[in-house]
Design a protein around this ligand. Structure first.
Ligand SMILES: NC(=O)C1=CN([C@@H]2O[C@H](COP(=O)(O)OP(=O)(O)OC[C@H]3O[C@@H](n4cnc5c(N)ncnc54)[C@H](OP(=O)(O)O)[C@@H]3O)[C@@H](O)[C@H]2O)C=CC1
Ligand SMILES: O=C1OC[C@@H](O)[C@H](O)[C@H]1O
Length: 425
């Protein structure tokens, strides 16, 4: 079963086991249409919509109508359109969810916006920075009644991400390591993720999360991409696509960072001569680790200086609703006037946030079972309805900067940028 279907089955099982029923919908609920019968949609939209009183998933279109009909039946979607164009032009639809392959994001999102629809657009927003600037600065998005467009970088909407960011001062960040890997064997070489014309590549896929997380922790753009090492998808698949990417960056405060993203992770066990080719399950928990600069303090005892170092790690940052934990490890070192360590103390604290803690997140605190996608849907609806919400948002400038940094990384790796749509305006 493909990983993305596995995510859906897991989420469906959770709904069923918890006995959760679909909520009664309000008269003014937003009506969503889906472009394509994509694997991610049940997880990212149809299941989260069940608990949202202001969301109705009413229509789908696929390239093959029979496929769309089967999908509509499976997920209880009442309308099946003949084509993506027909869906976009359906006047009964308010919002479009675009989970098409990356290389089709620009074209179909722009069409939907021009038809006056709000768009929830899967990550990565588009194929490259040129497309991002064109889309997010497009005249169709200007003006007081412009439709809402957001890149579905869902992890950012979960309270766990905001909690992580609240635990340090960005100026003090010294090093960040963002890692995400999927074991080998889950995404085959002919998956859309390795299709260059469709803007495939691991940096575009799980690499999106690692790079976005790194940039979010620093809250600014890197001054340099200091290295970028791809591992290309193996022959006979498209050699223009990375199956893994490791890259390092330097930030304006002299801090550094590393991303590692892999859609075919192998090895990582004992006896590498035996296990080197096995799918790597061990390193497949995604993690963001933030090391802060040592803070020095004179403790007033004959030249003794106290140095405090802190490392903060968020485990499972991409899918924190399934489980996550923030570890805060503080190391305090006392040094004498000669710099010699006289005492060292270490302490560990754990934190988590499945709902918005008091004093954050706005009026709606969420539920401890809400997924990243459910929190994201909450904010999307809030934005369309003109409500303040939690305050978390991924704005167009953020999506542009993310694609600029993605392009810089591909350039540093000596790889081609993902191709620009022929429909570029
Ligand atoms: N937010 C998240 O957690 C996740 C996000 N994603 C993102 O969602 C998007 C889709 O991913 P996923 O659901 O796994 O993808 P799918 O493999 O399910 O493909 C999505 C849709 O793309 C269309 N499509 C597939 N292959 C082609 C092709 N060769 N040419 C043109 N169209 C094609 C199909 O539309 P049709 O049904 O009309 O034939 C298909 O339904 C990507 O942008 C990905 O990055 C993916 C997984 C997780
Ligand atoms: O966005 C995503 O999240 C989960 C991954 O399995 C998938 O490859 C990616 O597209």
């Amino acid at each position: 079963m493909p990983f993305v279907d596995w995510l859906t089955s897991f989420a469906e099982l959770g709904e069923w086991m918890a006995g959760r029923k679909e909520v009664v919908k309000k008269d003014n609920a937003l009506r969503f249409g889906i472009l394509g019968a994509a694997n991610i949609t049940p997880t990212a939209l149809t299941l989260p919509a069940r608990s949202h009183a202001e969301v109705l998933v009413v229509a789908v279109a696929a390239r093959d109508k029979k496929k769309a009909e089967a999908y509509a039946k499976r997920y209880g979607i009442p309308i099946v359109h003949d084509s993506y164009d027909a869906l976009i032009n359906d006047p009964s639809i308010d919002c479009i969810y675009n989970p098409l392959p990356n290389g089709l994001h620009y074209h179909w999102t722009l069409k939907a916006l021009k038809a006056g629809k709000h768009v929830l657009l899967e990550k990565p927003s588009v194929s490259n920075a040129e497309e991002a600037r064109s889309l997010f600065h497009h005249p169709v998005l200007q003006g007081p009644n412009a439709p809402i467009l957001v890149e579905a970088s869902h992890y950012r909407f979960h309270p766990a991400w905001s909690l992580l960011l609240s635990l340090f001062n960005r100026e003090n960040v010294e090093y960040v390591n963002a890692h995400a890997a999927i074991p080998a064997g889950i995404f085959p070489g002919d998956d859309i993720r390795f299709n260059y014309p469709l803007a495939g590549g691991t940096l575009m896929d799980v690499g999106h999360y690692t790079l976005s997380a790194l940039r979010s922790v620093y809250g600014t753009e890197p001054v340099a991409v200091t290295s970028a090492t791809p591992r290309l998808i193996n022959q006979p698949f498209d050699q223009r696509c990375d199956q893994a990417m490791v890259a390092t960056y330097m930030f304006p405060n002299s801090g550094t960072g590393k991303i590692s993203a892999d859609l075919g992770a192998r090895g990582g066990y004992w006896f590498p001569w035996l296990t080197g080719n096995w799918p790597n399950l061990k390193d497949s928990v995604q993690v963001v680790s933030v090391t802060l600069k040592e803070q020095m303090e004179d403790v007033g005892e004959e030249g003794v200086i106290k140095g405090t170092r802190r490392q903060i790690k968020l485990w499972n940052f991409m899918l924190p609703h399934m489980w996550h934990r923030i570890d805060i490890v503080t190391t305090t070192t006392y040094r004498d006037a000669s710099g010699k360590t006289v005492k060292e103390e270490k302490s560990t604290e754990n934190k988590k946030a499945y709902k918005w803690p008091e004093g954050s997140g706005g009026d709606i605190k969420g539920e401890d079972w809400w997924s990243t996608y459910r929190y994201q849907l909450e904010e999307f609806v809030n934005k369309v309805k003109g409500r303040e919400g939690s305050g978390v948002w991924v704005d167009g400038e953020e999506s542009i900067r993310q694609m600029e940094c993605t392009d810089r990384t591909y350039e540093k790796a000596g790889m081609l940028l993902r191709p620009t749509s022929e429909a570029l305006e």
